[in-house]
Design a protein around this ligand. Sequence first.
Ligand code: ADP
Ligand code: NI
Length: 217
Amino acid sequence: MTKLDIIQRTAEFVQEKLKNAEAGHDWWHIQRVWKNTKLILETEEADALVCELTALLHDIADSKFHDGDEHIGPRIAGEFLLDNGLDSDRIAHVQQIIYNMSYKASLGQVDFHSKELEIVQDADRLDAIGAIGIARAFHYGGFKNREIYNPDIPPQQQLSKEVYKNATTPTMNHFYEKLLLLRDKMNTNKAKQIAEHRHRFMESFLQQFYGEWNGEM
Ligand code: ADP
Ligand code: NI
C-alpha cells in the first residue's frame, strides 16, 4: 500500500468511527487538525506519514468518554495500522504520540518527545483557539449544561484543585484556564504565528462580551 493509500484508508476509518461523536471531537475536528498538520509540515522537517496518521487517529477513542482509559485510543490506532501494513516503528511512534497528547499528558506527566508529536500537538491546539476554539468551548459547555458566564465564580487559579474538580464552572472560565494559555505553548514557528492571530481574536471577543454583559456598546 502506498503512503497515500494508507492515509486515505485511515481517513475513511476515522470518519466512520466518529459518525456519532460529540461535535467538539467529530470528524470535522479531525479534518481541521489534519489540515493544520499539513500546513505546519510545509515548514518543518519531520516524518509526514507519522504526523498525518496521528492527526487522523488522535481522538479515535478519547479517554474522557471511556472511563479514563488512556490506552484504548493508542490500542485501536495500533490495531488498525497493523492491519493496514504500516511498519512497526511507525506504529509505535503514532501510539506514543496519541498517548502523550492525552489528558494525563496535558497535566505535565509527559515522558516522550519527538518533532512529530510537537507538530500534531500544535495542530490540535490551534483548533482549540480562535473563532473555532470559541465555538467548541461553548459547544462543550452546552453539552455539559454549564453556565455561559457567572461573575461570582472566578477562574480555576483561585480555587483548590479538588474543589474545582467538582465545581460546575462556567464556560467563560475556560478561556483563562486553558484557551488563553495555548498561544505560549506552541512548539513550531508556523503554529506560533497562527496562534498569535487567533489569540488576538479571542481577546477582542472577550472584550466585546464583557462590554455587552455590562450593557455597553
Ligand atoms: P482535544 O481533544 O481536541 O485536545 P479537549 O478534549 O481538551 O481537546 O477539548 C475539546 C474541546 O472542548 C476544546 O475545544 C476545549 O477547549 C473544549 N473544552 C474542554 N474542556 C472544556 C471546559 N471545561 N469548558 C469549555 N470547553 C471545554
Ligand atoms: Ni483533538
